[in-house]
Each structure stands twice: as structure tokens, then as C-alpha cells.
Design a protein around this ligand. Structure first.
Ligand SMILES: Nc1ncnc2c1ncn2[C@@H]1O[C@H](COP(=O)(O)OP(=O)(O)OP(=O)(O)O)[C@@H](O)[C@H]1O
Ligand SMILES: [Zn+2]
Length: 726
């Protein structure tokens, strides 16, 4: 019999197993699974969670005792099982997954320091002045206020208030605690919905009211009003007394989205993403656990918040590759949202104008309900998309905007409308070359070219962040003045737009904007108000924005993502271009999009131009099925890296030899990764491809167990269902 005075504790460290601890007398005989505790680990003390399962059968006298039990709401059973499952699926150590679920955790409630203000005492100062009179008149209601507020209300200086305190006419007094944040009110009425919207909204609302798991794919063209529709499902969950989680790719969490939520429910949602500060995070986490916070809009990590009674998860722009976390635990938040919904008995809504093939196929198989909004809201039409053939109608040498695109921009400007120029490349130029010797400027740590950022006068590696000043002379042959920028980045397109249209207000939107996230949000708001004529942007402009005056979208290079090792290349290109084109014509006037391409006959380009979305998906589905690629087969990548190429290669080969023979699993590679060196580490890739019915994570575990352990600086990263193939 295992001793009742020992428990299993999972710690937020890189360990897969829970550790066994003794429960000291005075703690509580056997803390239940989910209890937060302090546990010694080596020389440290960690916050851990009592986990399920019988403790190892060890003499408790030999075990380290727990230090304390924490006064934090226990982690619920469904959440623990969810974390176990995420770890099992991704092959990440369970402790590492737990760490994601502890973000924003503070030890117990922070004692609120009472804030001090001032209040009238009733006595009069010896000398009265007009300013003092004004201040005392405001204070006459007897309420305690911060000094600054009193000074502002009375229109006096801080010195006047201090003087009155000194003379005893005002006294310091504790301020009442701030009122709790207002909760969203699901009973407010939303906008009148079109018949198609209403039908979809009713189905979603029924799903949310049912308090059962189920997945619905909300598949509606750009500008069809998906947001209004899924907010009805949020309302239904809130009405049922449950909490709501709306997930969006980071940059879509703009003030505009939050304002829309606030318009609908009369209160702002809690917000959770990378730029939210520690204190605010702690408050959201606490509120979500206590039930005080009813609705959260979040980036992918919001999935790991300890909701007390989660009643719906919405994954907006569900196709977005940003849902895949590419470091640490390699998980796809869209897929894990479905898992979390299952454990919480909560419905999950996946929304997109360009659903992932995975979700479409799941809908076709009948596992997901599919709700379709075929038209834009308010009788608006989808943008007319056409191609500019760069082989015959391209721009002059040294320019990137074709005459047709420039003519369209001129018309748009004359009409007082906005143009969006899209190019998914940050910086000024992707390559700098020496005209004298042909040398290309490369990152010292990666097998990648350095990207010129002319505004900052620096060369930057987009893979590792290395930067250096742009040199005058070639570092290889020493010739000065012969370095040339090759190819365009958004900065270069901005320069060209400025030169062509000197009167136009040109705005650049890119993740490396000076001023960071804040500046970017301010810029987005300014554009929405019409304070720019031409917007030049990277893929962040493709997501969810509503710029009413935007009527022309120019895609500078529609071919950039086609080809390469990524089995989803076509799908991704289609999604990105359809989304960016979908920014046009959302206001009063119709929109159009011009795609500059060398391959006007490519199926992706043709589908976009003809508007044959269904045809594209059918073709893509058939190709994936024929190649047994996801979602018709399973994929996992092993990325082996080491400081020396030989070590990486040797280990990758040893891994390949150790691969268990199995029913249908094919192991491909090792092959040098397309990005052969990253941060000074040489990289080799292996790919395992399996039929759908195979438990690929289990196969991978068996494989890694059979393989020699990595030694001498070799690392192996496992990526189940990889989204990135670099
Ligand atoms: N029923 C409605 N009543 C009033 N306005 C609506 C309604 N439905 C949609 N709209 C407006 O139409 C515009 C587009 O809606 P929304 O942003 O929800 O579309 P979407 O389907 O999410 O588009 P995308 O996928 O391109 O981001 C918004 O300005 C929205 O306020
Ligand atoms: Zn680099």
C-alpha cells in the first residue's frame, strides 16, 4: 500500500514525471489533486500542483517533505487532464506544459495597499484665498479623493491642497477600494442580423446554450460579419452563466476589436497577450479562476488560463499559422482549443474566411458543423481580383510597381480612397550584394542573408536577430561603394510609393515599426480614421482589419510563398492573398485587388481571380489526399541540431537507423534543413509520415526510446504536425 502521507507533485520544470513528496504533519493529511503546493527541488523551492495518480511506493521518511500548501484555487480536474493530453500529443515534458498554465500566477492575493487621499475636516484655514475656497467647496461633500483629483476638480495647484492639509482643513483619509470592473451584459441587444447571419448565430447560440462539447466551423467570406455572429454565441454562453474565451492572432487584438466587443456587451473584455504587463496578467488570471472575469480575448496562451466555468471558445482566423507556437512546447492553439473544449464540455467555434483544409475536411466528415456566410454584409460585393503578368507588363527596371498598379493607385487617390500595398517582406531589401566581387552579406550565425533595414541603417538577420551597421565597403573584397540592395522589402515599396505620389500620406505597417506594439496600434487606428492614403504592409495587414476607405489592394509579389518544402504552400498563399484582397471594398465603395505575378496560370492565382474558392479547396483536398498529407495522413518532424555539422549528421543518421519498423510509418531523411544553420547550430531534419489511424505520438515515443540519447551538444526537437518546414 502506498503511504497516504505521500503525494505526486508536478513541477513547472523540464520534467515529464511528477515527483513524490512526503506530506508533513500539520499540512493536511493528503492534499487533493489540483492543490497548489511549495516543493523543494534541489536548492530551490518551486510552486507545484498535486497531480493525479498513486504516489510511488517509497518510505515517506526518505522523501522530501512539502514546504507549504498555497491558498490558491486548486487546478480543476479537466484542466489537469488537458495538460496531460497536450504533453502526450506534443511530446513535451509535462512540467513544461504546466509552466504555460502557471503564467500570471502570484502567490496568494497580494495585500492591497490602501490608497490614501484627503477629505474635508470641517475646520477652516486661518487665511482664506479664492483658490482655497474653491478646493474646500469641492471637498465639502465629505468624500475622500486623491490629492491630484481634488486639485484638478477645483482648478488649483497641488500646493494649495498641501497647504490646506497643513492647516488642518483637509486630512488624509483612506480611499475606498475601486469598484469592480463591469461585467459584459449578454442581455443587451446586438445589431440586427441579416437572415444568413441570424441563422448561423442561432445555431451557434443553441450550441453554446447546450453546455456540451461540439465544434462549429464558421466559414464566411471576408466582411460577412463573422464577428457579429460569433458574439451571439458568446452572449449565449454568458447567459448560461458560463465564461467565454475568444482567441485571435496577436495583432488582431486591436483596440478596434475590443471596442466592438464593448459595443456589443457594454463592458470591455479582459485581455491576455504578450504585451500585457505582469500585474494585469495576474489580475486576469485571478479573475478567471474566481469567476469574476466573464470574458477574455486572448492570443494563443490564453488557452491555458484556469477558467472556472468555461462555456465557449472562439478561435477567430482559425487558419492562421500564428496559432502554432514555434518554440518551447510546439503546439497548435487551434487544435488544442478543440481539446480543451472537449474536457470542459464547452463548444468551440472556428471562424475564418479561408478555413484551414484540416477544418474543412473535419466538417465534410461530419465531425464539425459547418455554417456558411456566402455574402458580404449589407449587400457589399467581394473585391474584383485580377492579375498583372510580370513577364509582359512588369515595372521598369529598378521599380516594383507595375504601370497598371500605378494607374489604379492614381485613380484611387483621385477618388479620395485608400490603397494597400502588400508585400510579406520586412525591411528595405532582402539581399545585399557586392557588385565588384559578387559577395552576398550573410548572417554570421545562420545560413541566411542579412536584410537591409535602411531606416535604421542596419543589416538584420530575421532568423536570429543578429544586427550590424550597414558597411560602406564590401567585407570580402574591400571595394567601397559597390554594395547594392537586391529585391524589395516594404521599406523600399514605401519609398517608391512616396516618389510616385509625393502628395500622398504613406503609412508603413510592419512588426518592426519604431515604437513597437503601441505605435502599431496607434497607426492602425489612424488608418481606420482615414489618415493615410497609401498603406504599405507585411502580412500583419491581412488580418481582420476593417478600413472603410480602402478600395484598392496591390499585391507586390503574389508568388513569394509558392513552391518550397511546405506541403501547405498553396493553401497558405491562397489564404494570405484572399485575406489581404478581402480588406478592399468593406465600406461604401466596391474594392478591387491586383496581383503582380510571374505565374498568372498557377491554380492559386486562377482560383483567386475567378473567385472559385470551392474549386480551389477541392483541388487542394484531392492533392493532399493523393499524397497522404495532412489531414489525410499524419506528419511529424525531428529536427536534430548541434554546434558541428558532423555531430548533427551523425546523430540524425543514428536516429534514422533506430526508427522502429511499423505498419505504414515512413521515415524520410535525414536531410539538411533548408535553414541549414540557425543561431550557430547545424540542423538536419527527419520526417515521419503515417496513415491517419496510427498514433503518431506513441510511435515517436517508442522511436526516441529506442534511439541513442543525444550527446555532446546535440539536441532533438520533436514537432508533431509541423507548420514550418525551414
Ligand atoms: N448585422 C450587422 N449589422 C451591422 N453591421 C454589421 C453587421 N454584420 C457585419 N457588420 C459590419 O460589417 C463589417 C464586417 O464585419 P466583420 O468584421 O464581422 O466581418 P468578418 O466576417 O469578420 O470579416 P473578415 O474575415 O474579413 O475579418 C464590420 O464593419 C461590421 O461591423
Ligand atoms: Zn542569424
Amino acid at each position: 500500500m502506498p503511504s497516504p502521507s505521500a503525494v505526486e507533485v508536478l513541477l513547472p520544470v523540464g520534467l515529464d514525471r511528477a515527483l513524490t513528496y512526503a506530506v508533513p504533519a500539520g499540512l493536511d493529511a493528503a492534499p487533493a489533486p489540483g492543490t497548489f503546493v511549495l516543493a523543494p527541488l534541489g536548492a530551490r523551492v518551486e510552486v507545484g500542483v498535486v497531480w493525479d495518480g498513486a504516489p510511488a511506493d517509497v518510505d515517506p521518511a526518505k522523501l522530501k517533505p512539502l514546504r507549504a500548501r498555497l491558498d490558491i484555487a486548486p487546478m480543476a480536474g479537466p484542466m489537469r487532464r488537458f495538460l496531460d493530453r497536450v504533453a502526450a500529443y506534443t511530446l513535451a515534458p509535462r512540467g513544461q506544459v504546466l509552466r504555460m498554465a502557471l503564467r500570471g500566477l502570484t502567490l496568494g492575493e497580494e495585500p492591497r495597499k490602501p490608497k490614501v487621499g484627503v477629505r474635508a475636516t470641517g475646520s477652516h484655514p486661518a487665511r482664506m484665498t479664492p483658490a482655497r475656497e474653491r478646493a474646500l467647496a469641492v471637498a465639502a461633500d465629505g468624500r475622500a479623493r486623491p490629492k491630484r483629483e481634488l486639485a484638478e476638480l477645483a482648478g488649483v495647484s497641488a500646493g494649495v491642497v498641501d497647504g490646506l492639509v497643513k492647516e488642518g482643513a483637509l486630512a488624509e483619509a483612506e480611499l475606498p477600494p475601486p469598484p469592480p470592473l463591469p461585467s459584459p451584459d449578454p442581455f443587451r441587444s446586438g445589431p440586427a442580423l441579416s437572415p444568413a447571419q441570424a441563422e448561423a448565430a442561432n445555431m451557434l447560440a443553441a450550441l453554446a446554450a447546450g453546455e456540451r462539447f461540439g465544434v462549429a466551423l464558421l466559414d464566411g467570406v471576408t466582411g460577412s460579419g463573422k464577428t457579429e455572429v460569433y458574439l451571439e454565441a458568446v452572449a449565449a454562453a454568458l447567459k448560461a452563466g458560463r465564461q467565454a474565451l475568444v482567441m485571435a492572432p496577436e495583432i488582431a487584438l486591436t483596440a478596434a476589436f475590443i471596442d466592438r466587443f464593448a459595443d456589443r456587451f457594454g463592458a470591455r473584455p479582459a485581455v491576455w497577450h504578450a504585451s500585457v504587463g505582469e500585474k494585469a496578467r495576474a489580475a486576469v488570471r485571478r479573475g478567471v479562476a474566481s469567476g469574476e472575469v466573464r470574458a477574455v480575448v486572448a492570443a494563443r496562451s490564453g488557452l491555458f488560463l484556469p477558467f472556472r466555468e468555461l462555456g465557449i471558445i472562439v478561435v477567430d482566423e482559425e487558419h492562421d499559422p500564428a496559432y502554432k507556437q514555434e518554440d518551447g512546447v510546439l503546439y497548435n492553439a487551434r487544435d488544442m482549443a478543440v481539446l480543451r473544449g472537449r474536457y470542459e464540455n464547452a463548444p468551440v467555434v472556428l471562424a475564418s474566411a479561408t478555413p484551414s483544409l484540416e477544418s474543412r475536411v473535419n466538417a465534410e466528415r461530419g465531425r464539425y458543423a459547418r455554417l456558411i456566410l456566402p455574402d458580404r454584409f449589407g449587400g457589399r460585393s467581394l473585391p474584383a481580383i485580377s492579375a498583372v503578368d510580370l513577364r509582359t507588363a512588369g515595372p521598369a527596371k529598378g521599380a516594383w510597381l507595375s504601370p497598371r498598379l500605378v494607374a489604379a493607385m492614381t485613380e484611387t487617390l483621385e477618388a479620395g480612397d485608400q490603397t494597400l500595398l502588400f508585400l510579406n517582406r520586412r525591411g528595405y531589401a532582402p539581399l545585399t550584394l557586392c557588385r565588384a566581387c559578387g559577395h552576398r552579406l550573410q548572417c554570421p550565425n545562420c545560413s541566411a542573408w542579412l536584410v537591409e533595414h535602411r531606416f535604421r541603417a542596419r543589416l538584420v538577420c530575421h532568423h536570429c536577430g543578429h544586427t550590424q551597421a550597414t558597411p560602406e565597403a564590401c567585407p570580402s573584397c574591400g571595394t567601397a561603394g559597390q554594395l547594392v540592395a537586391c529585391g524589395p522589402g516594404v521599406e523600399r515599396i514605401r519609398d517608391e510609393a512616396r516618389a510616385l505620389f509625393p502628395q500622398a500620406r504613406v503609412s508603413l505597417l510592419s512588426s518592426d515599426l519604431a515604437g513597437g506594439g503601441e505605435a502599431l496600434l496607434a497607426e492602425l487606428d489612424a488608418i481606420e480614421r482615414g489618415e493615410a492614403d497609401i498603406i504599405v504592409g507585411t502580412q500583419m495587414v491581412t488580418k481582420g482589419h476593417n478600413f472603410p476607405k480602402l478600395t484598392l489592394v496591390g499585391v507586390v509579389d503574389a508568388d513569394f510563398a509558392l513552391g518550397g518544402a511546405d506541403p501547405r504552400a498553396s493553401e497558405r498563399t491562397f489564404q494570405m492573398l484572399e485575406q489581404v484582397a478581402g480588406r478592399a471594398g468593406r465600406g461604401e465603395r466596391p474594392g478591387r485587388a491586383l496581383l503582380q505575378t510571374h505565374e498568372p496560370d498557377h491554380p492559386v492565382v486562377k482560383a483567386l481571380i475567378s473567385g472559385d474558392r470551392e474549386g480551389f479547396y477541392r483541388l487542394e483536398t484531392n492533392q493532399r489526399r493523393a499524397a497522404a498529407m495532412p489531414p489525410f495522413g499524419r506528419l511529424a518532424a525531428l529536427i536534430v541540431s548541434a554546434p558541428e555539422r558532423e555531430a548533427a549528421e551523425a546523430h540524425a543518421r543514428a536516429l534514422a537507423r533506430a526508427a522502429p519498423r511499423s505498419n505504414g510509418v515512413r521515415v524520410l531523411g535525414p536531410a539538411e534543413a533548408p535553414l541549414a544553420v540557425l543561431r550557430g547550430r547545424h540542423r538536419m531534419r527527419l520526417l515521419a509520415q503515417a496513415p491517419r489511424e496510427i498514433d503518431l505520438p506513441a510511435y515517436l515515443r517508442a522511436w526516441l526510446a529506442a534511439a541513442p540519447g543525444p550527446r555532446g551538444g546535440v539536441r532533438v526537437a520533436v514537432d508533431v504536425d509541423p507548420q514550418s518546414f525551414v
